[in-house]
Design a protein around this ligand. Structure first.
Ligand code: ATP
Length: 467
């Protein structure tokens, strides 16, 4: 197969020879003969170029090979297929490669070893293909894929897609997760700078999350089924997204669970601060700028903007409501994103709302189908305590566990407060000290809850006597 580079190479060497001959002629022949020789040489060179082009044309016409090119940028935009191909080829059989390249990128989890060879052969469903990186004269890089024309349907039908998807999935596995927060619109520059991000390094995991093991298993299975559900969502014709509503008192692990979700799935987190958004149009721009494989979080949704107002009241005053739509983030704006047309703009998105006050939320916002799973995170149970004891004290059992178990049955305490008592002082684990601290805290709380209960009882009795 004749390649473009080869053509330039052979024309270049012919030109060099011509210049050499011309320099020799200049010294040997008289002037009148030089002109005739020059004309002869020029016409020979033109014929040579023409012959070369014709030869290339015929070589390509009769060559059984097909080539596809994947340039690094396409119409001034970065071509993401290029980097996916690069990752895929880089990861291909590094153990067999003789030339490797090691790099530690800022956004990558560890040292990455890649194959560093210009040409790579690959095999797919019995078909052989060759990849080569080529650089044009103006420095533009592209990947050239060559294969036999009889494999055309398998290569264009599924191989190319397989390479791009595999490359993207390797990138996702290696990539560090990020935590994004929205900037106020005064800082946006032509749809840029909407979000600022930092590396997300929270160590939370489902293993260390203290909650009922069965419930935890159910959530974990749901998340995994979601992330593997591409074909399923396509089949049923629904946007590939899922909503989780996390509710419960403060310190029960709602934020910790979001971190565990992100770490488990390797998704980015977009922490959406609704109070920094002026209207629905800004909300829409922000949400469409989020990436796939991400968790969009609105924490304390009951406190975020005016989303809890009664819709019946709104409907009775629709013109006022329209004005408001343009000047504020409204419930309808948010609902529109969650399951309206905008939700289909992205793939593989999880939306999480958290609240301490479930009763304050508009039922439209949390109805099933929008928020697919309602997860209650509640006070610490003995089962949850055992997970915290394992995390903080590396302990499966202890003499004091029996007493602690009976106290948990009568006392409401958040996992955050339990964790606080078990936490090592000066990084030295002190099992007895920590467990005794916890027992004291539980007893104190038990007495407080009893006195509250007694107070309530007295009030009710007073009411009965004088009522
Ligand atoms: N279920 C839990 N499992 C493990 N640790 C927990 C759990 N709940 C709370 N904690 C600990 O308590 C701290 C506070 O918890 P977290 O912020 O997740 O609670 P929250 O429910 O989001 O609270 P808030 O409603 O006040 O935002 C965490 O950093 C974590 O150490």
């Amino acid at each position: 197969m004749m390649m473009m580079g080869d053509t330039f190479g052979s024309i270049g060497s012919s030109m060099a020879s011509l210049f050499f001959i011309w320099a020799t002629i200049q010294q040997i022949f008289p002037n009148h003969m030089k002109i005739a020789i020059k004309e002869f040489l020029l016409s020979s060179f033109q014929q040579l170029c023409f012959a070369q082009r014709v030869s290339d044309h015929f070589t390509n016409l009769f060559s059984p090979y097909v080539e596809i090119s994947f340039p690094e940028s396409d119409e001034y935009r970065y071509n993401h297929a290029f980097s996916a191909i690069e990752t895929y080829l880089g990861s291909k059989a590094t153990e067999k490669a003789k030339h490797l390249k090691g790099s530690q990128l800022k956004e990558s989890k560890g040292l990455v070893l890649k194959r560093d060879e210009a040409k790579v052969r690959d095999e797919y469903k019995g078909a052989n293909v060759w990849w080569e990186i080529v650089t044009s004269t103006d420095g533009e890089r592209s990947y050239k894929l060559t294969f036999h024309h009889r494999e055309r349907s398998v290569i264009t039908g599924s191989y190319v897609q397989h390479v791009v998807e595999e490359g993207k999935s390797i990138d996702t596995k290696n990539k560090k997760t990020k935590l994004f927060t929205n900037n106020p619109s005064s800082q946006w520059v032509f749809s840029q700078n909407m979000w600022r991000s930092i590396e997300f390094e929270h160590p939370a995991s489902f293993e260390t999350l203290a909650m009922d093991p069965e419930k935890k298993e159910e959530i974990l299975n749901d998340l995994v089924a979601f992330s593997n559900g591409k074909e399923y969502y396509k089949k049923i014709g629904k946007a590939w997204k899922r909503g989780y509503l996390l509710y419960g008192p403060p310190g029960t692990g709602k934020s910790t669970m979001i971190s565990a979700m992100a770490n488990h799935l390797n998704y980015n987190i977009y922490d959406l601060e609704l109070t920094a958004i002026k209207n629905n149009s800004e909300l829409r721009k922000l949400l469409t700028a989020t990436s796939n494989k991400s968790i969009i979080v609105i924490e304390d949704i009951d406190c975020s903007a005016d989303l809890t107002a009664n819709r019946i009241k709104k409907e009775s005053n629709s013109t006022k409501e329209q004005d408001k739509d343009e000047n504020a983030v409204t419930l309808s704006g948010l609902l529109n994103f969650i399951d309206g047309i905008w939700s289909a703009c992205g793939q593989e998105r999880i939306v999480v709302f958290t609240t301490n006050h479930l009763e304050k939320l508009d039922p439209a916002l949390i109805r099933r189908g929008r928020m697919d799973m309602h997860i209650e995170l509640s006070y610490c149970t003995y089962e949850a305590f055992k997970i915290l004891a394992k995390n903080y004290l590396d302990l499966d059992d202890h003499l004091l566990f029996k007493k602690i178990k009976s106290l948990f049955m009568e006392t409401k305490i958040s996992p955050a407060d339990v964790a606080e008592n078990l936490m090592a002082k000066n990084h030295q684990i002190d099992v007895d000290g920590s467990l005794n601290n916890l027992i004291k805290a539980l007893e104190k709380r038990k007495n407080y809850q009893r006195s509250q209960q007694d107070g309530k009882m007295k009030k009710t009795n007073k009411f009965r006597i004088f009522g």
